[in-house]
Design a binder for this molecule. Sequence first.
Ligand code: CP
Length: 321
Amino acid sequence: MGTDVNNKEYRFQHKHLLEMGQLTAEDILYILSLARSFKEVSSRPIKKVPILRGKTIINFFFEPSTRTRLSFEVAAKRMSADTFNISASTSSSQKGETLIDTARNLEAMNPDIIILRHPSSGSPLLLTQHVNAAIINAGDGTHEHPSQGLLDLMTVMEHKGRIEGLTIAIIGDIAHSRVAHSDIVGFTCLGARVRVAGPATFMPSHIESLGAKVCATAAEAVAGVDVVMALRIQQERQHDPLIPSLREYARFYGVSRKLLELARKDVLVMHPGPINRGVEMNPDVADGTGSVILDQVANGVAIRMALLYLILGGDKGGEAS
Ligand code: CP
């Protein structure tokens, strides 16, 4: 299999990145390997390589973001691409322009990649049908967030040396989490087992069809696992309250030191961010032993460098120069 950057036969065949399910295990392992080689660029005194010079990348974000938007921009700039940001609040969508019209106008400026975050599931796919630029899904509604899934895989691989055979527990608002969807598909694709737990109102009926095992309690999900990931409650996607109170949620599903005692001693603690401390995760867990939350953020830059490079056709070996 073309699982690392030394395999000169491997070719990345995807114009767009819309969801984790479009990637084969070979694709994922190649992306992780390439990201590992790009990660070194971020620790150089001069954090820049010229490989995407002359390329134009637009960050088109209709929802708030700290990590994803900034890390795509940092990744692009570290590879010398030109980056531009447009958000819903500063765009003419405020004046009634449709997503497709806005995208066509962006296209008229001839970007190479449009990176889209949007509250509607499927909106990145819709754009691929109306513009010629490559589209990267940076989170669409409750559907997927594939670059987050890849950086989560990279972080676990970095700390555990493998994905196959591990057990991952994902706790919280599974129904509204695009990260959970991408992670379940990605981790199971590479041979891990994924367990999920959360209030019944946060548990979508289709989740087992993705390969996850639904557990009745957080304790059952966490027992003996290698990785515990907590998710934020996505209140912005809920029209009616789906849980009685945050206090009760924290009691039953908040990740605490006591809950982690049920996991393996070397358990990794993850969270895609932003964290609501004291709700889905206690501060001593977020900042304590086993937490790799900021490693996830650091790896986000490396994964996004690899994705931009591959989508722009640079799959000829991938060594940073
Ligand atoms: N993990 C993640 O998507 O974070 P942001 O919303 O800050 O981009």
